[in-house]
Design a protein around this ligand. Structure first.
Ligand SMILES: Cc1cc2nc3c(=O)[nH]c(=O)nc-3n(C[C@H](O)[C@H](O)[C@H](O)COP(=O)(O)OP(=O)(O)OC[C@H]3O[C@@H](n4cnc5c(N)ncnc54)[C@H](O)[C@@H]3O)c2cc1C
Length: 353
């Protein structure tokens, strides 16, 4: 399967993790104070060869789909086809997939539950490793003898919460209602005012860019605003979490119910989205800036600034990723013009627009 396509970003085929390249390229233009048309700024060519033998090799490592529409793997419900999507069986299979990709100069992209991603309408070239699991709950979780919880990266946050409650633990309530998997939560240092992943993750297991499985302690100084500074573009395959024993699991359940109720009242959960689109600038709330700039309900194509929560952009009516990106840039332009503040996206943009 010879594949040659134009890539909008400055992609270097020798680089293993184009995800970072794409995200960084996008961030560069999105962070540009001029807020110009970022998505067509750079054009290079991505070229690689995916032979049937390689596909066969990948399919021995887990479920493989060719030309898989990414809209079925993102909460925005947009995004074109991934050339090859692999859900590796385990960490060893993930490591082997990385080694094959490296040896054959195949661009590599990593996703989790797809709840913080905007994938380009032309899809993702090369191999996309999906660290998410659709099987029965309870897989990939165990209580260690020292009281820590080990969880595979592909475990959903909701399943992790249930596992911890069932074992009389607390401290993970903050992740109630945050979609996606643990790996994505760790990389994003996902959280709310109630807590972040970095508060409870003590150690990560990961595959490095050479395809070796390693472990690393997670320290407080690695915690950033919606990112964990792990370095070296690892693929997280699992983590150890430190949680407290709870004196009252009924109270934990009650807190979680309360959080979920509050979130469903405040968030436009009836429409596809990726949650809050922008980080809060220092001393400001993005939703308020967007609201005060008169953008509540603003529509571009099928994308719309939510009327319920103005930091959410929703897929209101069969939006394309381009509609959503245009909406993002429109919001940024208007907020910059009105308040002189640059909104920095929290969501990550990958693939070809
Ligand atoms: C309705 C809604 C509400 C939300 N509320 C919140 C909230 O309250 N707080 C919050 O922080 N976020 C929130 N989000 C955003 C999102 O759910 C979180 O960022 C989530 O943790 C992303 O996890 P994921 O598995 O979906 O990751 P993805 O979106 O698939 O990926 C996110 C990033 O992590 C990387 N990644 C994913 N898995 C791995 C892995 N195993 N190894 C290496 N890299 C990986 C991807 O490359 C990408 O850069 C919300 C989203 C929605 C749709």
């Amino acid at each position: 399967m010879p594949i040659k396509r134009n890539s909008i970003f400055n992609y270097n085929p020798a680089t293993l993790f184009p995800l970072t390249i794409y995200a960084d390229a996008c961030r560069v233009s999105l962070d540009d104070e001029k807020v110009g048309p970022s998505t067509t700024a750079m054009t290079t060519t991505t070229e690689y060869h995916m032979s049937d033998a390689l596909l066969h090799h990948f399919s021995a490592l887990g479920a493989v789909k060719v030309g898989e529409p990414m809209r079925t793997h993102t909460t925005f419900r947009t995004g074109g086809p991934a050339d090859v999507l692999l859900c590796p069986r385990d960490a060893a299979a993930t490591a082997e997939a990385v080694r094959i990709a490296v040896d054959n100069s195949i661009p590599l992209t990593v996703i989790g539950g797809g709840s913080n991603l905007l994938v380009g309408d032309r899809g993702i070239r090369g191999l996309t490793i999906r660290c998410a699991y659709d099987g029965p709950a309870g897989e990939g979780l165990r209580l260690e003898t020292d009281g820590a919880v080990y969880a595979d990266a592909f475990v959903k946050k909701s399943e992790f919460i249930q596992f911890c409650i069932d074992r009389g633990l607390e401290g993970m309530e903050f992740m109630a209602g945050i979609p996606g998997c643990l790996g994505g939560g760790i990389v994003m240092n996902a959280g709310t005012t109630l807590g972040n992943f970095s508060d409870i993750v003590r150690r990560v297991v990961y595959v490095d860019t050479a395809g070796t499985i390693r472990e690393m302690p997670v320290t407080k100084d690695m915690a950033g605003y919606r990112r964990l500074e792990i370095g070296g573009n690892p693929i997280i395959t699992g983590a150890y979490f430190a949680l407290k024993e709870s004196a009252d699991t009924g109270a934990v359940r009650g807190r979680i119910r309360g959080i979920l109720q509050e979130r469903s009242a405040k968030h436009p959960l009836d429409y596809p989205s990726a949650g809050s689109v922008f980080k809060n600038p220092d001393g400001h709330s993005s939703w308020k800036l967007i609201n005060d700039a008169g953008l509540r309900g603003c529509r571009i194509g099928g994308a719309m600034v939510s009327e319920l929560h103005t930091n959410f952009i929703i897929n209101f009516d069969n939006a394309t990723s381009k509609d959503i990106l245009d909406c993002i840039e429109h919001v940024r332009e208007r907020v910059l013009a009105r308040f002189g503040l640059v909104l920095e996206p929290e969501i990550r943009v990958i693939g070809e627009i």
